[in-house]
Design a protein around this ligand. Sequence first.
Ligand SMILES: *Cc1c(COP(=O)(O)O)cnc(C)c1O
Length: 390
Amino acid sequence: MSAIEIPFNKPYLTGKETAYIVEAVQSGKISGNGLFTQKCHRFFEEKYGFKKVLLTTSCTDALEMAAILANIQPGDEVIVPSYTFVSSALAFVRQGAKIVFADSYSDNPNIDATQIEALITSKTKAIVPVHYAGVACDMDLIMEVANRFNLLVIEDAAQAIDTYYKGQPLGTIGHLAAFSFHETKNIIAGEGGMLAINDERFLKRAETIWEKGTNRAEFFRGEINKYGWVDIGSSFLPSEIISAFLYAQLENMEDIQQKRTALWNYYHEKLSPLAAQGFIQLPSLPDYTTNNAHLFYLICHSINDRETLIKRLKENGILAVFHYLSLHSSPFYTAEHDGRLLSNSDYFSDCLVRLPLFYELTFRDIDKITALIEQIYSEYNHAQAVHHYH
Ligand SMILES: *Cc1c(COP(=O)(O)O)cnc(C)c1O
């Protein structure tokens, strides 16, 4: 049909990326843990107060590092929301863990923190809150339960850069946290991620696992006089080319966040009348969270409503997309799941739709998108009314 005029996402370049990549290449040091990597580390540690961060090649990798650091063993249980990306569970499954899936709240896709305690057994090792859409999970409640049962909390903060929970940056609250710089996130490096280490017990081992199980980082700081193989690990660190790109983004982070927030707020304002009439539901943000404007979603009444909406937007050149399919009923894991119904997760799987949101989106684009959504619902409403009359 018609060509796509408004894509769902468009990676934003701040302008300095290629210059910094050239600088990295010309410096002669293009493997990992060089100048740009260290600049990125310093940026995050100073801005957010992480005890330590390590850039990784993806958030998935950072989660895998967290699973190793948490010493997850075959038979251990890890509590993960069902409404999330595969990696939140996969990183622990690779270590042999059994995933115990938790449901979402009814009005917010995040893990329902009030139901976590009931899922804890003697085998539980960790809880993985995922801050969906960059909206904070109820971290006080999660940390309280985790501390009482001596469990680790690993925040999947892939979408949550620059969000604050009661004044604390996300990713600084759990024992460990993983971020993503995939090109679909707010701050990008193509493929990239970061592990934040907040619990001192993990500081030294994290660096070793990052450097393929060697104490190479200590050696290069001159702390030891030879380096060797001391632990398990992998090649989790990105090259300087990736970190050079990322650093250009970090320098423009405030501008990026301001623009995304303005766009998010405009969507919200424009769609509020439809929500007030009960046609759609808009994101509900708990008082304890700020909004990093990672994504704008709305919730339809049914999977059929959503299909119609996505189809009609597409016919008009606008790409809107649904999101996760509940992990507890995914082909890879359905046989392992204990059969509990997770109806809120399924509800978001069926009814949630994400609208285009990226730096270069314009307010006029949003006018067009929201006017179309209003039109679709007024026609739909009319059709329903006629149907009822007969
Ligand atoms: C994007 C995302 C990931 C994976 O990030 P990568 O950097 O692509 O590995 C993991 N969890 C969540 C919640 C995500 O949104």
